[in-house]
Design a protein around this ligand. Structure first.
Ligand code: CA
Length: 226
């Protein structure tokens, strides 16, 4: 299901958008301020983001910049009550794909969402890069880097990292990992998953202050920021 993040501090507007998108078959999460928006973004995978500009704590332009750095292909639509050319330009400068001035009709928002999603699904062949925070992996060239620093991974470690990034924010059990990455049914007598997760941690987390792979005691592992 296509998942959309809505960052909007006016409850009425947020509800109006969420209700419309729910009815149109999208799954939505709403954040009512910039910090909450950042937190949701860091811990879940979204297909598109709708961002208000004037937000408490962290404004939409700043968030847009951050989201764009972490994910070059993510469609982002900015919303604002301000309709001047300068505002539009600063929205595009910060990496937004589209811009809508409040008040707007829901069907206009929906049309733009559909067109951006269509464009991004057409693009996926050209630019096969998955990223999370400062970590990025190229599925075509097998290059992995963190904060611009190259990281060498074995084939299995690469597959494991890909699985983590595609499921960022989700706690993955050893059974999930065994089935999806190793294509085997998990045998409780083996600790191969823990061994490989630790190999991967040494390569992507050891030299960095912010750890990305976290242990969820008794359950498994989760890729998240802090
Ligand atoms: Ca606002």
């Amino acid at each position: 299901m296509t998942k959309i993040l809505i960052v909007e501090d006016e409850p009425k507007v947020a509800t109006f958008i969420k209700r419309g998108l729910d009815e149109s078959g999208f799954e939505c999460e709403v954040a009512y301020d910039g910090l909450m928006g950042r937190k949701l973004f860091n811990n879940q995978a979204f297909d598109l983001v709708i961002l208000d500009i004037n937000l408490p704590h962290v404004n939409g332009l700043e968030l847009c910049n951050e989201f764009r750095l972490m994910n070059a292909d993510l469609p982002i639509i900015m919303l604002t009550a301000l309709g001047t050319t300068e505002d539009k330009l600063s929205g595009f400068d910060s990496g937004a794909d589209d811009y809508l001035v409040k008040p707007f009709e829901f069907r206009e928002l929906l049309a733009r969402i559909r067109s951006l999603l269509k464009r991004s699904s057409n693009n996926t062949g050209g630019n096969n890069i998955l990223s999370f925070q400062d970590l990025s992996m190229n599925l075509d060239t097998y290059e992995v880097s963190r904060s611009g620093q190259k990281i060498e991974l074995t084939q299995k470690e690469f597959a494991l990292l890909e699985y983590f990034i595609r499921n960022k924010g989700r706690v993955l059990s050893r059974v999930d990992i065994a089935e999806k990455v190793w294509d085997i049914t998990f045998d409780t007598g083996t600790n191969v998953i823990d061994v490989y997760v630790n190999f991967l941690r040494k390569k992507i987390d050891k030299d960095f202050e912010q750890k990305l792979i976290h242990t969820q005691t008794g359950v498994g592992y989760v890729l998240k920021a802090g």
